[in-house]
Design a protein around this ligand. Structure first.
Ligand SMILES: [Fe+2]
Length: 292
């Protein structure tokens, strides 16, 4: 499904049912410049085999439509799926830049210790091409892009506001589902509440594109929302105070299990999607059956 607007980006969602993740291709219809947001790399935890079925869908789409991908943007270092940013960068003409929030340094420092990464692993964000801070501005072709720091789920979480389209990562979920967990290292429920309120204060016509959805059986996953609909978010409505929210979020987080792909995801994603960690002892399996 493609969402179109005359002066705003054309946004095409791609859903990975295994990890319940939405990736997006965001295109400027006047210049064909484009960005890819939160691309998934498939991963088999039994064989430890990464593969490119999901990433190939993105690549095939941008090739089919003649898009010039300038950016591959991560909303944060995901803990539930691996990023295909580096594989896509290698496949795409023009070698797009891979960007993430500057808070990735804190995430890297934390997981360098927790995952016992090599002593010379640089926790300085240098694995990425660009680190973004709140208020940074760039463009996708003729469409302006503003970075909004939205920490709370993780310290590196950012929202990319591209024209009227906000890519919010895990800062807010569908109104019926609520909000993301804040119990990862560096997460903070009080901070997340502030970031969610910031998203609610965006112009009413803003299209809010979600990173995940976990609908009940038989319900189609929801990728699109808006600030008005989010006022009815189950974790915010009825004038929930910040203290109420923190209490709810922390008690809920105490019941959650770690994501199934936590370790491989972070081993890959703190390296910007490079699979250079010895943990990955098998080669990448390309969905076309070719091992690059
Ligand atoms: Fe996340």
């Amino acid at each position: 499904m493609t969402v179109m607007s005359i002066t705003n980006p054309v946004v095409t969602p791609f859903y990975d049912p295994t990890t319940s993740t939405f990736s997006y291709v965001v295109a400027d219809p006047t210049t064909s410049a484009a960005a890819i947001i939160d691309p998934v790399l498939d991963y088999n935890p039994i064989t430890r085999e990464p593969s490119t079925h999901s990433a190939r869908q993105l690549l095939d789409f941008v090739m089919l439509h003649g898009l010039k991908v300038q950016w591959i943007l991560e909303t944060h270092a995901h803990a539930d799926h691996l990023s295909s940013a580096q594989w896509l960068k290698g496949e795409l003409d023009g070698k797009p830049q891979v960007g993430i929030g500057a808070g990735i340094r804190q995430v890297q420092q934390t997981f360098k210790t927790r995952l016992s990464l090599e002593a010379n692993f640089p926790a300085d964000g240098s694995q990425f091409d660009v680190l973004f801070n709140d208020g940074d501005k760039l463009a996708i072709g003729s469409i302006p892009l503003e970075v909004i720091a939205t920490p709370g789920h993780t310290p590196d979480s950012v929202t990319y506001l591209i024209g009227d389209a906000a890519f919010v990562g895990d800062t807010i979920f569908a109104p019926r589902y609520g909000s993301a967990r804040c119990d990862f290292p560096g997460g903070n429920a009080r901070t997340l509440y502030g970031s969610m309120q910031r998203l609610l204060s965006l112009p009413a016509q803003t299209r809010i594109f979600l990173c995940h959805d976990y609908p009940p059986a038989g319900v189609t996953p929801q990728f699109l929302s808006d600030p008005l609909a989010q006022r009815q978010n189950v974790h915010l409505k009825d004038a929930v105070t910040v203290d109420d929210f923190v209490k709810m979020r922390e008690s809920r987080d105490a019941t959650l299990k770690p994501p199934k792909l936590l370790e491989p995801s972070l081993r890959a994603n703190v390296r910007a999607g490079h699979l250079t960690d010895p943990f990955f002892n098998t080669k990448l399996v390309d969905a076309k059956g070719v091992t690059p």
